[in-house]
Design a protein around this ligand. Structure first.
Ligand code: C2E
Ligand code: MG
Ligand code: MG
Length: 740
C-alpha cells in the first residue's frame, strides 16, 4: 500500500520536475534564439551604419578632393614669385570647407602656403607620393608650418604639365579636430562609435568615443590591449590585405561588435577602413526587456502550475481522506472496520496474542423486540465497550452486523478469558435493560504465535466462533481446543444431506403415546432416523443440532411432515385405525412466513384431516419470535394442534405458558426423571396443575418406569410417552402394533 503510494508520489514529482525543466529549457532556448536573432540584426545594423559612415567620409573627402582638383588648374606654371598670389586667391574657400590652409610644394621640397610661411617638406610622404604622381590624404600629422605644431591632415594631388612632368604638389590641410568633428555621425543613439584608419592601422578619423584617439594605431594601441583580440586583429588585417568587409567581436574593457569595410578615397589612390563599433551592452540592453518579459512569463506559468499542482494535491488529499474514511471507517460505529483492523495488524512487528472473533447470539431479537435503532445503538455500545477494553498494542474492528474482531495481547489465558467475561457481562446487562432475551456474547479465539497470516488466523477464529454456536453452553472456544474431527464429520454430514434426502435415507420412526388412564395408544410422535449407506443409524442428536445451525433442518422438517401426511393417507386408505402423529418443527422452519400456507397445502394434497397431524415446537424455538403467536394460531385455526415440546428444559417461563397458543404441554424427560425426589415431584405437581388450569392437555415424555407412571397418573397427566411402553420404531413395526 505504502509502496504504491510512494511510487505515485515519485511519479508526480518526476512529472512536476519535467514540466519545470521543460519551461526552463524553453526559456533558455528562446532567449538564446532571441539573442541570436537580435545579434544578427545588430550586425546588419552595424553594416548599415558603417556604410553610412563610410559614405559620409567619402563625400567629405571627395568634395575636398574635387575642390583641390578644380583649383589645381590655376597651379600650372606657378613660380616662387607668383605662388603667394595664386594661393591667396584660394583663401575664400578656407572657411567654407573648414580648411586650415592650401599649400604648394615645389619639386625641391619648398612649400608655400596661404598662411604665408615656407618650409621644406621634401621629407613628407605626401610630397614623395605627389612627386610620383599620386594623390594622398595623410594620417594625423604634426603641423610643420606652425610653431604650435597642431595636429593636421593633409590632402595632396600632384600637378603636372601637359607632358606629364610633375611640376609640384598641391594640397590642402585640415585641422585634424575640425576634420574629425565634421565627420561625427551619431549611431545607435550615441552608444556606437566609429573610426577610419589607414592600411597601417593608424586612426585617421575617430568618431564618438575617446577610447579611439586620432593617430593611435588601431591594432597596436587599441586592440592589442586584450589577449582575446588576437584573432580579431588577424581577421581585420586579412580584410585589409584583401580589401574586403566583415564583422566580428573584440574587447575594449568590454565586449564590442564591429564592422569593418574599406573606403576608397582620392579616386582610388588612397584606401581607408571604416570601423564601426557597438558595445555588446547595447545588444544586451535590447535583449534584456525581451528576456525579462520571457522570465516574467515563465515565472507566471510556473506560479500557475504550482498553484494548479497545489490545488490538485489539496483536492486529491481531500479525496484521499474521504477514501480513507470510506475504506477504513465503519459507517455505523465511526470506528475501525475490518480493513482498518487488518491495516493496523499489518503494521505490527509482533502479532503474538489472541485474535478474537466475537458475535452476539440472537442479535436479531434486539431488532425485533426493541427496534432497528436499538439494534444499531447496541452495536455502537459494544464498540464502545471494546474500545475501552483495548490496551497498548491492542486493536479492534467492527466486521459486519453483530460481528467484531479483537486482538488482545494478554499473556495469561485466565486473565484473557476474564477480560472476555467482563465484555460479555456488559453486553448482557445492556440486553437485559432492553428486555431482550437470549443475548449472549460468543467468541472464537485463535492464539497467534506471530508467524501466521492474519487472514488464516481470522478464519480459524471464525471457525472457533461457529463451533461456539453449536456448543450452546460455551461462551468462547479456542481454535486449538476444538474437536476438529467432529467438525470434519459435520462437514461430511452436510455434504451428504441432499443426496440422502433424495435417496430416502431419512426414515420416519414412530414412538407411540398412551393414555395414562387406559394404557391405550392415543397417538405417536414422528422421529427422524438417518440410515447410513452401510445400514447403520445416525442418531438425531448427531445431526439435528447441526442442521438446525445451518438451516437445512427446514428441508428435513418439511420432508418429515410430508412423509407423515402421506403415511396417514395410506393407512386411512388401507382401513387402519389411525391416530394423530406429532411432527417436530425447528426454530429455523418457523422463520419462513409461508410455512402455514405450505403445510396446509401438503395436508390438503393428501386429503387427510388436519386433526391427524400435530406439530411439536420447543420453547427455545419460539423464544424471541414476536409473530410466533400468530403463526401458531394459524396452524391451530386450520385444525392442527400445537404441542409445547421439552417443557421444563432451559428457562421455561410462565410467560410461555400464558401465550395460550398451544394445546398440549409435553413435560420433558428431565422433569419426569425428578420423580422420586420431593422437590422434583412438587415442581412437577405445580407444573401439571398449572397446565391443567390453563386448559392444556399434558403429555409426559421419557417415562421409563412404573413409579413415574404412577405419579403421573395420580397427578392426572393425560398421556405417557416413554420407553416404559414403547421405544421409537420403524413404520413396519408401528403398523403391526396398530393392527394388533
Ligand atoms: P423430542 O422431540 O423431545 O423427542 C423425544 C426424544 O426422546 C426422542 O429421541 C425419543 O427417542 C426420546 N425418548 C422418548 N422416550 C424416552 C425414554 O423413555 N427414555 C429416553 N432415554 N429417551 C426417550 P430422538 O428420537 O433421539 O430425538 C431427539 C430429538 O431430536 C427430538 O426430541 C427432537 O427434538 C429431535 N427430532 C427428532 N426427529 C426430528 C424431526 O423430524 N424434526 C426435528 N426438528 N427434530 C427432530
Ligand atoms: Mg418432540
Ligand atoms: Mg421432547
Amino acid at each position: 500500500m505504502s509502496k504504491t503510494s510512494n511510487k505515485i508520489k515519485m511519479k508526480k514529482f518526476i512529472i512536476m520536475l519535467s514540466v519545470l525543466l521543460a519551461i526552463f529549457v524553453t526559456v533558455i532556448v528562446s532567449s538564446y534564439m532571441i539573442f541570436n536573432e537580435l545579434e544578427e540584426q545588430l550586425q546588419q545594423n552595424l553594416e548599415d551604419v558603417a556604410n553610412q559612415n563610410s559614405l559620409a567620409l567619402h563625400n567629405k573627402i571627395h568634395s575636398n578632393h574635387l575642390l583641390l582638383e578644380s583649383l589645381s588648374g590655376n597651379m600650372h606654371n606657378v613660380t616662387p614669385d607668383t605662388i603667394d598670389d595664386t594661393l591667396q586667391s584660394f583663401t575664400i574657400f578656407l572657411d567654407d570647407y573648414e580648411l586650415k590652409r592650401f599649400a604648394y610644394v615645389f619639386p625641391d621640397g619648398t612649400s608655400y602656403s596661404t598662411d604665408g610661411g615656407t618650409a621644406n617638406l621634401s621629407y613628407r610622404e605626401f610630397y614623395q607620393r605627389g612627386m610620383e604622381g599620386k594623390g594622398s590624404i595623410t594620417g594625423v600629422l604634426k603641423d610643420a608650418l606652425e610653431e604650435s605644431h597642431g595636429l593636421v591632415n593633409v590632402m595632396t594631388i600632384p600637378i603636372s604639365d601637359e607632358a606629364g612632368n610633375i611640376e609640384g604638389v598641391f594640397g590642402l590641410t585640415y585641422n585634424s579636430q575640425t576634420f574629425n568633428d565634421a565627420l561625427q555621425i551619431e549611431c545607435f543613439d550615441g552608444m556606437g562609435y566609429s573610426c577610419a584608419f589607414n592600411g597601417d592601422g593608424q586612426i585617421m578619423v575617430a568618431m564618438g568615443n575617446d577610447i579611439l584617439q586620432l593617430s593611435d594605431n588601431i591594432f597596436s594601441d587599441v586592440l592589442s590591449g586584450d589577449w582575446r583580440n588576437a584573432s580579431s586583429i588577424e581577421k581585420m588585417q586579412k580584410q585589409i590585405e584583401n580589401k574586403t568587409s566583415g564583422g566580428g567581436t573584440f574587447y575594449l574593457t568590454e565586449k564590442n561588435y564591429y564592422y569593418c569595410m574599406p573606403v576608397n578615397l582620392m579616386d582610388g589612390d588612397v584606401t581607408w577602413y571604416m570601423l564601426t563599433i557597438i558595445p555588446a551592452d547595447v545588444l544586451e540592453s535590447r535583449v534584456e526587456p525581451v528576456q525579462r518579459s520571457l522570465y516574467i512569463m515563465a515565472f507566471i506559468v510556473v506560479v500557475f502550475i504550482l498553484i494548479g499542482v497545489a490545488l490538485i494535491v489539496m483536492i486529491s488529499r481531500d479525496g484521499q481522506i474521504m477514501m480513507m474514511r470510506y475504506a477504513y471507517e465503519d459507517p455505523l460505529t465511526k470506528g475501525a472496520n475490518y480493513a482498518k483492523f487488518c491495516l493496523e495488524m499489518k503494521k505490527k512487528h509482533n502479532t503474538q496474542g489472541y485474535l478474537v472473533v466475537m458475535d452476539i447470539t440472537n442479535f436479531n431479537n434486539i431488532n425485533i423486540v426493541a427496534g432497528k435503532t436499538a439494534g444499531d445503538d447496541m452495536i455502537c455500545y459494544i464498540w464502545q465497550i471494546l474500545s475501552k477494553e483495548l490496551q497498548d498494542e491492542e486493536v479492534a474492528g467492527h466486521v459486519q452486523e453483530d460481528i467484531f474482531v479483537l486482538f488482545l495481547k494478554e499473556e495469561e489465558r485466565d486473565a484473557f478469558t476474564e477480560r472476555l467475561n467482563s465484555i460479555s457481562s456488559l453486553v448482557s446487562k445492556r440486553a437485559k435493560e432492553l428486555q431482550v432475551n437470549g443475548i449472549h456474547s460468543r467468541y472464537g479465539i485463535y492464539h497467534m504465535q506471530g508467524t501466521e497470516e492474519l487472514e488464516d488466523a481470522y478464519s480459524k477464529a471464525q471457525i472457533a466462533k461457529e463451533y461456539a454456536r453449536t456448543q450452546k453452553e460455551l461462551g468462547f472456544v479456542f481454535y486449538r481446543d476444538m474437536n476438529h474431527e467432529k467438525m470434519q464429520e459435520d462437514q461430511q454430514l452436510e455434504e451428504r444431506f441432499e443426496e440422502s434426502l433424495a435417496d430416502g435415507d431419512f426414515e420416519v420412526w414412530y414412538q407411540p403415546k398412551y393414555s395414562a388412564d387406559s394404557g391405550e395408544v392415543v397417538g405417536s410422535e414422528a422421529l427422524v432416523r438417518w440410515r447410513d449407506k452401510d445400514g447403520s443409524m445416525i442418531s438425531p442428536g448427531r445431526f439435528i443440532p447441526l442442521f438446525e445451525e445451518n438451516g437445512m433442518i427446514a428441508r428435513l422438517d418439511e420432508y418429515m411432515f410430508r412423509s407423515v401426511c402421506r403415511q396417514q393417507a395410506e393407512w386411512l386408505k388401507k382401513g387402519y385405525k389411525v391416530y394423530p402423529v406429532s411432527v417436530n418443527l425447528s426454530r429455523a422452519s418457523l422463520y419462513f412466513a409461508d410455512i402455514v400456507e405450505k403445510y396446509k397445502n401438503i395436508v390438503q394434497e393428501y386429503g387427510i384431516s388436519p386433526h391427524l397431524i400435530q406439530i411439536e415446537v420447543t420453547e427455545s424455538a419460539i423464544e424471541g419470535k414476536t409473530d410466533i403467536r400468530n403463526l401458531l394460531e394459524n396452524f391451530r385455526s386450520m385444525g392442527i394442534q400445537i404441542l409445547m415440546d421439552d417443557f421444563g428444559t432451559g428457562y421455561s417461563s410462565l410467560a410461555t405458558l400464558n401465550m395460550r397458543c398451544f394445546d398440549t404441554l409435553k413435560l420433558d424427560k428431565s422433569l419426569v426423571d425428578h420423580i422420586g425426589d420431593k422437590d422434583g415431584e412438587t415442581l412437577l405437581y405445580y407444573v401439571i396443575s398449572m397446565g391443567q388450569q390453563l386448559g392444556l392437555h399434558i403429555t409426559a415424555e421419557g417415562v421409563e418406569n412404573n413409579k413415574q407412571l404412577e405419579f403421573l397418573k395420580d397427578n392426572k397427566c393425560d398421556d405417557i410417552q416413554g420407553f416404559l411402553f414403547a421405544k421409537p420404531m420403524p413404520r413396519e413395526m408401528f403398523e403391526q402394533m396398530l393392527n394388533k
